[in-house]
Design a protein around this ligand. Structure first.
Ligand code: SF4
Length: 312
């Protein structure tokens, strides 16, 4: 995982463009210093400036860029500039290897839950209405660079604020986690100064719905019925077929899956008395929401009949 320099630095794009075009070395040095100051403010360690700039000046890639800035092409300057920003962020973090509880990672999204986190649910630190399930086969971005892929196995995540994408347990007023002392495993391992810390074997031991609900026979039967009739992998396959062929029999199969999804969700609330807010955990995201990732949207006409339209 790389740090995203745009997240740290509010550079004025026109001035950066001028910098790349002009190739003026003095401006380059001034902009590096300016960018570094912004990074340190963001990391709340402005006082580390002298230490960090000394480390940066020792870096061969910085020295080379400083020496060749005037000679290289604008497109190469631009590429090298962003590589340098990544380096500045890494060095800045290396002088602050501890959590400030600044909430930066909580504002970037929510964690997936692992087997060890089952305890947090059992003890009520996390409630089932605060989590949701991404089922196997759902379309997801598997990492920052990847195109859309399908999820190889089920994941349970804390819900996120729909507008801002923040973890729902993050309190904006208090600027901290509502359960910091009992936060999930991923949050405890996450070290913004050392992204590799997340690449650990425990990553494999993801929590599943079956780990949480295994003893509830009625619910497990409903989950299995839903997984069988509303399988995201099959939906993925059908939507690609539909996209390529416009075959009406394929469309009928998609609409039938959508109807089944709505019907089974309704069974969970009416027959099994589950709270509506728990449905995204029990049955995953509604299929009507998933189809949006494929460029479709679901509409219902006045007779209650579903239609699939292209989402432009
Ligand atoms: S659970 Fe707490 S520490 Fe983890 S992302 Fe959410 S708010 Fe942040």
């Amino acid at each position: 995982m790389k740090h995203n320099s745009a997240h740290f630095i509010q550079s004025d794009p026109p001035s950066l463009q001028d910098l790349f075009q002009s190739g003026n070395r003095k401006d380059f040095v001034a902009q590096v210093r300016n960018a570094l100051r912004q990074i340190l403010v963001k990391l709340q360690v402005e006082g580390h400036y002298d230490q960090v700039i000394t480390l940066v000046k020792r870096e061969p890639s910085y020295r080379e860029l400083n020496n060749t800035w005037e000679e290289i092409k604008p497109s190469v300057r631009s590429q090298k500039w962003y590589e340098l920003m990544e380096l500045l962020i890494q060095i800045a973090y290396s002088t602050r290897p501890y959590c400030l509880r600044c909430g930066e990672c909580c504002r970037l999204g929510s964690p997936s839950l692992h087997l060890e986190d089952a305890e947090l649910l059992a003890r009520g630190f996390i409630l089932t209405r605060q989590i949701y399930t991404l089922r196997r086969g759902e379309p997801v971005r598997l990492n920052i660079e990847a195109k859309l892929g399908t999820l190889p196995s089920e994941l349970i995540k804390l819900k996120e604020d729909q507008e801002k994408g923040y973890c729902r347990l993050y309190s904006e007023n208090q600027k901290s986690c509502g359960i910091y002392e009992n936060r999930p495993l991923q949050c405890r391992f996450q070290q913004c100064w050392n992204p590799e810390a997340l690449e650990q074997p425990w990553q494999e031991q993801k929590l599943t719905r079956r780990d949480i609900l295994g003893n509830d026979q009625d619910l497990m039967e409903l989950l299995e019925l839903h997984d069988e009739r509303c399988d995201p992998e099959r939906l993925n396959h059908l939507l690609f077929q539909l996209h390529n062929s416009r075959d009406m029999t394929v469309l009928d199969q998609v609409l039938e899956m959508l109807r089944q999804d709505v019907a089974i969700r309704s069974l969970a609330t009416t027959k099994l008395n589950r709270d509506e807010e728990e449905l995204d955990f029990l049955l995953g995201r509604p299929l009507a929401e998933i189809v949006r990732s494929y460029g479709f949207r679901v509409e219902m006409d006045q007779d209650g009949v579903y239609h699939l339209a292209e989402d432009r």
